[in-house]
Write a protein that binds this ligand. Structure first.
Ligand code: IPE
Ligand code: IPE
Ligand code: MG
Length: 233
């Protein structure tokens, strides 16, 4: 495992369920959409922190295939904010060390979002730092069904585990999952990839989650004994 300058072992692949934007805003008497705005800004801060800590892959859950059930006004906001926000920070991302990747279904996304995704992916593909995977219109059931369909199309009738990995949007097993805001469930996130993930739940709402809290979660992770079905180390 990678040990960084702060002398903590960091997970190779950190996944985060960014939850609690709405509750964070409500507590402050603000509209839910303002919580999403602050939550969006926090993705940039935590990605920078993860890169500095030496984490290789960060996969953040930003919009699920089930989130379309929300009121139209909120969905519309979530479907237009990334263009405005990531658009504003485009140059910052391109001039950083970070490799940007979208993971999830492209089908329902607008032409503008897809163009921004394609642009950021193309412009950052040779970067050497953190791989930041943004799960947007992502759901595990969809990911697995899409993978099986791809395999059938290719004529693979007896797939190996590796064939399945190769057909998924997210191709790395998760070491540590963090879910903010108190809920202790997966909400259709990375079911295949989390088989042996360590899980960390915090009551802190996503917009208030910061580098100090990230380090605290990683320190908890360091104390876990990962046995993978074997015996204690
Ligand atoms: C997470 O915050 C962001 C998305 C799901 C888009 P929520 O919007 O789920 O916030 P809460 O859980 O209602 O507080
Ligand atoms: C999970 O959060 C999805 C994202 C964070 C994008 P939700 O707020 O949608 O999950 P549930 O509905 O509480 O399970
Ligand atoms: Mg929620």
């Amino acid at each position: 495992m990678y040990i960084n300058k702060k002398n903590i072992e960091v997970p190779k692949h950190l996944a985060i369920i960014l939850d609690g934007n709405g509750r964070w805003a409500k507590k402050r008497g603000l509209p839910r959409t303002f919580g999403h705005y602050q939550g969006g800004l926090n993705v940039g801060r935590i990605a920078t922190a993860a890169d500095e800590l030496g984490i290789s892959v960060l996969t953040v859950y930003a919009f699920s295939t089930e989130n379309w059930k929300r009121p139209k006004e909120e969905v519309d906001y979530l479907m237009t904010t990334p263009i405005k926000e990531f658009g504003k920070y485009k140059d910052k991302i391109i001039n950083s060390n970070i490799v940007f990747k979208h993971v999830g279904r492209r089908n329902e996304l607008s032409k503008e979002i897809l163009e921004l995704i394609d642009y950021l992916e193309e412009q950052t593909k040779d970067h050497k730092g953190l791989l930041l995977q943004v799960a947007f219109n992502y759901g595990s059931y969809d990911e697995l069904l899409t993978a099986y369909r791809k395999l059938i199309e290719k004529g693979v009738t007896d797939p190996s585990e590796q064939d399945i990995w190769d057909s998924l949007y997210v191709k790395q097993p998760v070491d540590l999952l963090i879910r903010t805001s108190g809920e202790q469930r997966l909400s259709n996130y990375l079911l295949w990839q989390m088989s042996y993930a360590e899980m960390y739940f915090t009551k802190v709402h996503w917009p208030a989650f910061n580098k100090r809290r990230l380090i605290k979660a990683i320190k908890h992770y360091n104390k876990r004994d990962r046995r993978y079905g074997g015996l204690k180390k």
